[in-house]
Design a protein around this ligand. Structure first.
Ligand SMILES: [Zn+2]
Length: 577
């Protein structure tokens, strides 16, 4: 048989967690047909000698709902070996929607996920009303990598309840039934699941809590039951667990009533540093009771990036700085170097001032230089405050200089979750736990403050090779976690393994160069909107459905990525069809 593509002689980490072995991977018609010593000829051969060959990574927690409708390239995820993204997490998205409610959904997405409203206004075509219409719109645009959607509770609630839904009023039994009907219809049309948000950290751009924040248990269980009746789909949510026992019981009842897998975001909260263990214990008990429940966990701290170009800039507190904020960054850096201006701004920054002090901007002991390549597990002894103390300088004075570095493009990093201990030991424990799944990268969102779409690279490079401040993991196991386990968690059983019959999504990785550069601000969203983009390194080839889509970070122009509709059966079954 003539093959389309052979990836020859690499060290294959096949996604099962088995140790790497030297083998060729043969591909035909978008599927893997053979792994081993292949004698057949192929149209194209990629020499993978000295490289790692892994399944493409599956990122189950992204927010490309807007971007996927106007952009064929799903960067930054696609630059990090990701070949399938699952979007519409945390109850936010753009369908279903009444024609008069477009602005409301933009405010929700702009506030919750920090995606510029102007970009959404210009970028979204709104050629849909129902969720199935939205899936059709996404499907019309070819992409570099595969994309899957979920049906988000926020839009569903607004669609059914209007103003009352936005105001978080309780749903009537009829409204719950209608929301359930819409969610089930979406899942039948190809949504991978239903998602919701119950966190005060999520607000609309007008500062309002999300419509779903206080949705009653009857509403959540009602919708989950309707989704469960389809026999497909997963449930995803984020919650602050305000009253742990009551809230967890709601999760338990959602999972029980639906019979579907449920995942909930989990981080180490800095004000309550051991609470994540309590949540994991409850999740373990739920699994022992026969429910399928997972905590979605991060590959590193969830951190905010601060800088002159970022959405959060500590100098904004000083009134004398603000006229400069709109200037081009290099010009800012040049003008702000003036010693007199620096003294004025720092006096305002340090004083009580008219602007409310925000702890995030004052915790210089929790703020680090990100560096390039970035260091996501910095030593507390290298905080801005500690550096200043060593140098005998005022910490704010040092902060000012650091913000001006690299012609004003420098970024400072403040891990706000998962870093209470000043290291990633808690993250390691979470990643290793049997009832967790890697997620939370939020690719496509928080574009001016966070750039965590690179989590998959951190998984493999930091945890498999680079970590110096604690234990590491075996690379084959990490690949399994980021490819097979994530795919399986959302019902995509046709991918994540390098075995005959599976979808030919794979990475050819230079193990020495695998890593990433610091995020940079790009101004390429619709309406000139800015977003942080972070290149991966060492991804020599990323291949989707047998077609190379990126070579060393450069797009090949091929767009084999498709909308994935619904759960997929085991790839090995596909082989025998
Ligand atoms: Zn999210």
């Amino acid at each position: 048989m003539d093959l389309d593509l052979i990836v020859k002689g690499g060290t294959v980490l096949d996604g099962t967690g088995a140790p790497g072995r030297t083998a060729d991977v043969g591909i035909k018609d978008g599927r893997i047909v053979e792994v081993g010593a292949i004698g057949a000829s192929a149209t194209t051969t990629i020499d993978a000698d000295g490289a790692l060959v892994t399944p493409g990574f599956v990122d189950i927690h992204t927010h490309y709902d807007g971007q996927a409708s106007w952009d064929s390239q799903l960067a930054p995820s696609a630059l990090h070996g990701v070949t399938t993204v699952v979007m519409s997490n945390c109850g936010v998205g753009f369908a279903p929607v009444h024609p008069g409610d477009h602005d409301r959904l933009i405010e929700l997405m702009e506030g919750v996920e920090d995606i510029p409203g102007a970009a959404l206004h210009e970028g979204l075509a709104w050629d849909w009303e129902s969720f199935p219409d939205y899936l059709d719109a996404i499907e019309r645009r070819p992409h570099d990598i595969d994309v899957a959607a979920q049906v988000p509770h926020g839009p569903v609630r607004l669609y059914v309840m209007g103003e009352r839904g936005a105001n978080r009023e309780p749903a009537t039994p009829e409204e719950i039934a209608e929301m359930g009907r819409i969610a089930a219809e979406a899942v039948r049309a190809g949504a991978l699941g239903f998602t919701t948000s119950r966190t005060l950290n999520h607000r609309t751009s007008k500062g309002e809590p999300t419509p779903t924040l206080t949705a009653a248990r009857e509403e959540l269980v009602g919708i989950a039951t309707a989704v469960g009746a389809t026999g497909q789909g997963v449930l995803q949510l984020i919650t602050d667990f305000p009253d742990f026992k009551t809230e967890f019981e709601t999760l338990r009842q959602m999972a029980r009533a639906s019979g579907r897998p449920l995942s909930v975001s989990l981080t180490q909260v800095h004000g309550n540093t051991e609470h994540w263990r309590t949540i994991l214990d409850a999740i373990t008990a739920a699994n022992e009771e026969g429910l399928t429940m997972r905590a979605q966990v991060a590959a590193r701290g969830i951190g905010i990036l601060l800088g002159l170009q970022a959405s959060i800039n500590p100098l904004m507190r000083a009134p004398s700085y603000r006229p400069f904020a709109t200037l081009a960054v290099a010009e800012q850096a040049h003008l702000l170097a003036d010693p007199e201006l620096k003294r004025t701004i720092l006096a305002e920054y340090g004083g009580s001032g008219p602007v409310k002090r925000r702890p995030m901007l004052d915790a210089l002991d929790k703020l680090f230089v990100l560096g390039d390549p970035p260091d996501y597990e910095p030593d507390p002894a290298d905080s801005v405050e500690a550096m200043a103390a060593r140098a005998g300088r005022d910490a704010a004075d040092l902060l000012y200089d650091l913000l001006l570095a690299d012609e004003g493009r420098a970024l400072l990093y403040m891990p706000v979750f998962n870093y209470a201990d000043g290291n990633l030991d808690a993250v390691g424990e979470m990643l290793e736990h049997p009832y967790t799944i890697p997620g939370l990268g939020d690719g496509g969102a928080h574009v001016g403050t966070i750039c965590d779409g690179s989590f998959p690279t951190t998984m493999i490079a930091h945890w498999g090779r680079d970590r110096r401040r604690g234990p590491t993991f075996e690379m084959p196991w990490l690949v399994k976690r980021q490819a097979r386990d994530t795919a399986h968690a959302v019902g995509l059983d046709d991918r994540g393994l390098l075995q005959p019959g599976y979808k030919a999504d794979l990475n050819v990785i230079d193990p020495d160069r695998l890593g990433m550069r610091a995020p940079r601000m790009a101004f390429d969203l619709p309406a000139g909107g800015k977003r942080l983009v972070q290149p991966g390194t060492g991804y020599v080839h990323t291949i989707v459905s047998g077609q190379p889509v990126y070579a060393d970070g450069v797009p090949t122009g091929a767009l084999p990525g498709r909308l994935v509709r619904g759960a997929q059966t085991d790839g090995a079954q596909g082989q025998n069809q």
